[in-house]
Design a protein around this ligand. Sequence first.
Ligand SMILES: [Mg+2]
Length: 475
Amino acid sequence: MVKKEKRKSKIQGIIYGTAIGDGLGYPTEFKTMDEIFAKWGKDGIQEPEGNPILVTDDTQMGIYTYWAIKDYLEEIGEEKDNPDVLTQHIDKRFREWYHDPENNRAPGMTCLTSIERIMKGNRWQEGTNRNSKGCGANMRVTFLPLFCLRDSGLKFGRLASWVKLQAAITHAHPTALVASELTAIAVYKLATEDWSPETLLKELKRHCRNNGGYYDQRYLGDLWEFSNAESRYTYLERGVEECLAAIERVEQALLTPDYSTDPCLQTGAGWIAEEALATALLCFLLYPDDAVACLRRAANSSGDSDSIACIAGALSGAWLGVKAFPKDWVERIEYGTTFEEMIAYCNITDPEIQRKQSHENQYMAFFDLNAKVSFEGVDIEISEAEIRRLINRGNSFNWHGEGDPTSQLVERTVRFARRKWGAKLPRAKIIEMAAKILRQSPDRIESSLDWTANYMAWHEGGSPEEFHPYPKEKE
Ligand SMILES: [Mg+2]
């Protein structure tokens, strides 16, 4: 794994490379080379158009697929597996994509029709397009390696099963599943620099042979039974073969590198998954050190230009980092806010801080940040920073269940308010303030304080009075 700063740049590179490639290829999709040259001149399209630069369904589906995995990890935690829950999250996010008003950028029919059948109540294994290996399956996976690249990242082996599942829900041809895994691992391994442009194709073939055929029954269930395969062990064999053949065509093409004619002539038009990957690999390997040249090569193509360029952009960004793309393009690309959130999510410094932050946010939810008490014409408030400090003081709150502010949280809030205003305010106002901020009644605050006093007296030995956080008689 590369160092942190470099890794951050690669994470950004994957995200922006995907989107910029998609945006550069958007105007050239469905155009022949002659039409491209007629419109943009003899070198074809050079710059992404518009401000913002619009992306297509590739990036949009990529975002929704990324969100599905993120939702899943947030629900069940990083260490557990629950295939049903993962499937529900993917299903939910695909439906949201389907209904997204911005989903008007030539979305693929296979994705739409599969989701429609699932929305009608079919199990996904029945609703999916069994014979489709359209590149919709893998154009949307380039963001998924981010889950392996972030701090406390996943092992790729786990992600691989999820990548195959998300493909299978809309495209159940075995090649769609295998090509999706290969697309994801190529991006991932270039980012970690375990693979380089020199070793990429050899390593991809090795991974394809060793892992491509793995059918994770927990996630895919009985999918194979809807095919002609004899068993789940052989279901993916055809995918492995077709992907190996596609990668071999890239190796052949690179023996006599061609920097000018349509790249689709050598490795395919990219409407199907293994060709979108192969032609993207070709464009990347023609220009492994030049992301802009790679993207231009990919976008100036007769086939599925936006999908080829979005995968090529992810490969380039994974290898070279975000600096490889013109700053102006990065700034102009659509969905910038979403991308910055994704980058922030990937860069939480370490698991301990992450755990603390989620703990902190859980307790923050008890507080009403707008709570105010007035006394003699003055508004008394407590700031968010003060609340965060009081939450983080001392040990964690683990005495009670987590559905209620614990007695410790009440105690700390009261002690804090007393310290801050006790000299100027009557006790009743301090309790009122604590009650408002914790969204409780003053009576509940009092009874929680009494509980603490009794508990401490029992625990430590002594009288409740001496342990009471704010005894009434001292008023
Ligand atoms: Mg598209």
